[in-house]
Design a protein around this ligand. Structure first.
Ligand code: PLP
Length: 397
């Protein structure tokens, strides 16, 4: 089989062996419905309870504050819609950022159509919000601040502690979309004064289609799916037992390996950034050099189309992304890259490489060689690049 160099861990991760092994029995012999009272169901019930405990501990929460969902998108929808509904008597103003994932942005747009007022905080050129601007944006009718922990495209980590402190001081609920950050960087919901947190299993070496919402004691959480009594009657539907067990095992595995994994990813990421910026002319790093997720690197290469580069890299067996995977097929420049101030041509010339636990230095070096070759090849065919070189030669630049 062709060798694959997988550098798209922000899109999804390969499930850990441990997670798959834990899941299998719940698809075969221990298939009982957790809500049934006979002994066959005991193992399923226990698996869900165990995963809830492990996942809660991984973020400094109690097991009974964790609600299983169908993934990060559902958790974001639930957090925003439920707070909006429950607290609308208090106020109809929500604060978020311009660089959230569409699971938050489109939910905000939905709420705006229902009479809510949403402030979208801008970010600086590194992708960080200003805490001062956040403070200024707070109004007497603000009920929720929703700021992502880490951005999925450029990896920027937000000042979550500060945001939590401000929101708590003003008695406003704070939700964070931690889909990219959970299991990659330490999170403690108590210490960081986070009231609601979204996480997703497939971003941290677990199966797809399962995630969770943390809701702390200050939150009166409204029901999201109506039906049976699962998840304290707030998210009805027979639990995805195998998925939840796999999520729990993946989180437990990630907690054991996080320090070493993050250290190695940081080393390889910096090596990658160093090589790309020093060896490829007219390349820029998008986002912050240091204040970013351990495994994230995002570049723009002047005079090329990112889509073309992705296709050529795919031909070499390299899996990468031009922004968020959810945007594949969309020709709109990334809203995140636009928000950090990139013009369309640079936003459309971007390449996101996200490293994971299996990434090696040899893979990074092969990827750099391919990127170098293809960027040059694309530029050689670009009339814009030709014109640029001509101007440069005639002393215009
Ligand atoms: N939020 C962020 C920051 C993400 O990166 C993603 C997925 O890429 C999601 C939410 C959606 O998560 P899921 O794929 O589990 O629905």
């Amino acid at each position: 089989m062709e060798r694959i160099i997988y550098l798209d861990h922000a899109a999804t991760t390969r499930p850990a062996k441990k997670a798959l092994e834990v899941m299998l029995p719940y698809c075969r012999e221990s298939y009982g419905n957790p809500s049934s009272s006979y002994r066959l169901s005991e193992a399923s019930r226990q698996a869900v309870a165990d995963a809830r405990k492990v996942i809660g501990e991984a973020m400094g929460a109690h097991a009974d504050q964790i609600y299983f969902t169908g993934g990060g998108t559902e958790s974001d929808n639930w957090a925003l819609k439920a707070v909006a509904e429950t607290y609308r008597h208090k106020g109809k103003h929500i604060i978020t950022t311009q660089i959230e994932h569409h699971a938050v942005l489109h939910t905000c747009a939905y709420l705006e159509r229902r009479g809510f007022d949403v402030t979208y905080l801008p970010v600086n050129e590194q992708g960080s919000i200003s805490v001062k601007q956040l403070e200024k944006a707070i109004r007497p009718d603000t009920v929720l601040v929703s700021v992502m922990f880490a951005n999925n495209e450029i990896g920027t980590l937000q000042p979550v502690r500060e945001i939590g402190r401000i929101a708590r001081k003003k008695d406003i609920l704070f939700h964070t979309d931690a889909v990219q950050a959970f299991c990659q960087v330490p999170i403690d919901v108590e210490e960081m004064q986070i009231d609601l947190l979204s996480a997703s299993s497939h971003k941290c070496y677990g199966p797809k289609g399962v995630g969770c919402l943390y809701a702390g004691e200050r939150v009166r959480l409204a029901s999201f799916l109506h039906g049976g009594a699962q998840e304290k009657g707030l998210r009805a539907g027979t639990e995805n037992v195998a998925g939840i067990a796999g999520f729990g095992a993946a989180v437990s595995y990630c907690m054991e390996t996080m320090d070493d994994r993050a250290g190695e990813e940081r080393r390889l990421r910096d090596h990658l950034i160093e090589r790309v910026l020093s060896e490829i002319p007219y390349a820029r790093l998008n986002g912050s050099k240091k204040n970013r997720l351990p495994g994230n690197a995002n570049f723009s290469f002047q005079f090329i189309q990112g889509e073309n580069l992705l296709m050529l890299l795919d031909g070499d067996g390299i899996c990468a992304s031009g922004g968020s995977a959810c945007n594949t097929g969309s020709h709109e420049p990334s809203h995140v890259l636009k928000a950090i101030g990139l013009p369309d041509e640079l936003a459309n010339a971007s390449l996101r490489l996200t490293l994971g636990e299996e990434t090696t230095e040899e893979e990074i070096d092969s990827a750099v060689a391919s990127i170098k070759k293809h960027v040059q090849q694309l530029r050689d065919g670009s009339p814009l690049y030709e014109a640029f070189l001509k101007d440069a030669r005639s002393g215009w630049m």
